[in-house]
Design a protein around this ligand. Structure first.
Ligand code: GLU
Length: 272
């Protein structure tokens, strides 16, 4: 059976060369195996996502000839499902409400003298864990995943396979007790990504190696949901001429800008 892959951009700007490479990687992986290439629009952050960027994604992919199979899945249309997924985890007893502000977390970590970091992220010191905060009694809170409880519930070591790195043992504690939802702003990337890969029947996740660490936590969420485990291919990132990773601020390398400069699709693919 062919691989089912997906391209899952967030519509917070126009697609750039890095996105085109990610989409092309997913497309080729699917097509070379006789599988399917799906499109998912990760638009849960209503403050940053804009409808015109969704249209821009469709336009750029079509121009690149990376035609997706079926209807694109818009995450904003599935919020009720994510709420149910969150509720299922809460019922398993692996979530707890946290009322800490970012400032309080930083102060707490500073007090500890040594700051555990995952990349640039400060690891939450677990201040609200075990406090049994009643979510109805507080105005703002986040649902955090109790990694120790969740790992205990999984009850065994978990593994995932990356096409480039081989079989990897998942380190669930890589980010500490992560936030899965916020009362004010809804659900997190981690929860929606795992849920949707499952619901869309994705069997091969291709994405940038900047998201490699997230896979450790996704593997645990899959176990908690009872979801199948896709294979992963964390691919290299495209850099600019100074060796820096491309970001949305690199307006000059959006696919639209390159197209308007007169480049054709072959020129774009040669830039990877
Ligand atoms: N929405 C993410 C991004 O644009 C991609 C997430 C993923 O591929 O899992 O970086």
């Amino acid at each position: 059976m062919g691989a089912v892959t997906r391209f899952a951009p967030s519509p917070t700007g126009r697609l750039h060369l890095g996105h085109a490479f990610a989409a092309w990687t997913a497309y080729r992986t699917a097509k070379e195996s006789g599988g399917k290439f799906l499109l998912r629009i990760e638009d849960i952050d209503s403050g940053r996502c804009r409808p015109e960027f969704i249209d821009g994604i469709f336009e750029d992919l079509e121009w690149l000839g990376l035609h997706w199979d079926g209807k694109p899945r818009l995450q904003s249309e599935h919020m009720a499902e994510y709420a149910e997924a969150l509720e299922a985890l809460r019922k398993k007893g692996v979530l707890y409400p946290c009322v800490c502000t970012r400032k309080e977390i930083e102060a707490e970590v500073a007090k500890m003298g040594h700051a555990p970091h995952a990349g640039e992220t400060v690891i939450y010191p677990g201040t609200c864990r075990g406090k049994n905060i009643d979510p109805d009694s507080v105005k703002n809170f986040s649902w955090r995943l109790d990694i120790e409880k969740a790992s205990a519930l999984a009850g065994k070591d978990l593994f995932f396979t990356d096409k480039f790195k081989g079989r990897i043992k998942a380190r669930h504690d890589i980010f500490g007790d992560i936030v899965l939802a916020r009362k004010d702003a809804g659900v997190s990337y981690h929860l929606c990504s795992v849920w949707d890969d499952w619901k869309q029947g994705v069997t091969f996740v291709t994405r940038g190696e900047d998201l490699f660490d997230s896979t450790h936590i996704h593997r645990l969420l899959q176990e908690l949901f009872g979801a199948p485990v896709p294979t992963y291919g964390h691919h290299r990132l495209i850099s600019d001429e100074n060796g820096r990773r491309l970001a949305k601020r690199n307006a000059s390398v959006t696919i639209k800008a390159l197209r308007e400069k007169g480049l054709n699709v072959e020129d774009i693919f040669k830039m990877f």
